[in-house]
Design a protein around this ligand. Structure first.
Ligand SMILES: Cc1cc2nc3c(=O)[nH]c(=O)nc-3n(C[C@H](O)[C@H](O)[C@H](O)COP(=O)(O)O)c2cc1C
Length: 163
């Protein structure tokens, strides 16, 4: 964890295995902003306080204080479909953990330094890091756990086609 945290603190250039989104537009941008501002409001971070944003982003690299982290990787030969499979795995991990009373934080941020993760954990050169999941018992009193993100209505997420 220390190595990753130091790297992120020094603003080392990102080297993810899978390219991060090029940009967020439309509803994706709207939803991202809503979630972000909910978090900043809960933490008392003022709009535009870039230093506080950066400090909060660094929390990723100490797993938000969670005692455990799962690193989700796929085989390089599987390409993007390996990453899709991992997405299914991540969903089920989150639901199974929640059902067992364990809280989770899925994190793409830790893939920023995939090479370092591979090196530090002695992962094979054929592994490609998709994301990580920090987990443990929730700190219910923490302000970051004081709100819930909203959910898009079904009509917004599904296009119904009738003949
Ligand atoms: C695949 C995936 C990657 C994510 N990566 C990060 C991340 O790197 N850092 C972060 O703070 N939140 C990340 N999030 C968002 C949060 O973990 C969390 O999902 C968000 O606060 C919304 O909560 P909800 O899933 O209950 O709507 C990610 C979510 C997903 C599904």
């Amino acid at each position: 964890m220390r190595t990753l945290y130091d790297h992120a603190s020094n603003e080392a250039p990102p080297e993810p295995d899978f390219t991060f989104p090029r940009e967020y537009t439309g509803v994706y941008l709207d939803r991202r902003r809503e979630t972000g501002f909910q978090l900043y409001n809960a933490l008392g971070i003022a709009r535009g306080d870039k230093a506080a944003y950066a400090q909060q982003a660094l929390e990723n690299f100490r797993f938000f204080g969670a005692p455990h982290v799962a690193i989700i990787t796929t085989n390089e030969a599987l390409g993007i479909y390996g990453a899709i499979d991992c997405g299914c795995y991540v969903s089920n991990f989150l639901l199974a953990a929640h059902a067992s009373g364990i809280a989770t934080v899925p994190q793409a941020a830790l893939s920023t330094y995939a090479k370092i993760v591979r090196r530090e954990l002695n992962l094979g050169e054929d592994r490609r890091m998709v994301c990580a999941i920090s987990f443990g018992y929730a700190d219910e009193g923490h302000p970051a756990n004081s709100y819930r993100t909203s959910r898009a209505p079904l009509e917004e997420a599904v296009k119904w086609i009738a003949d």
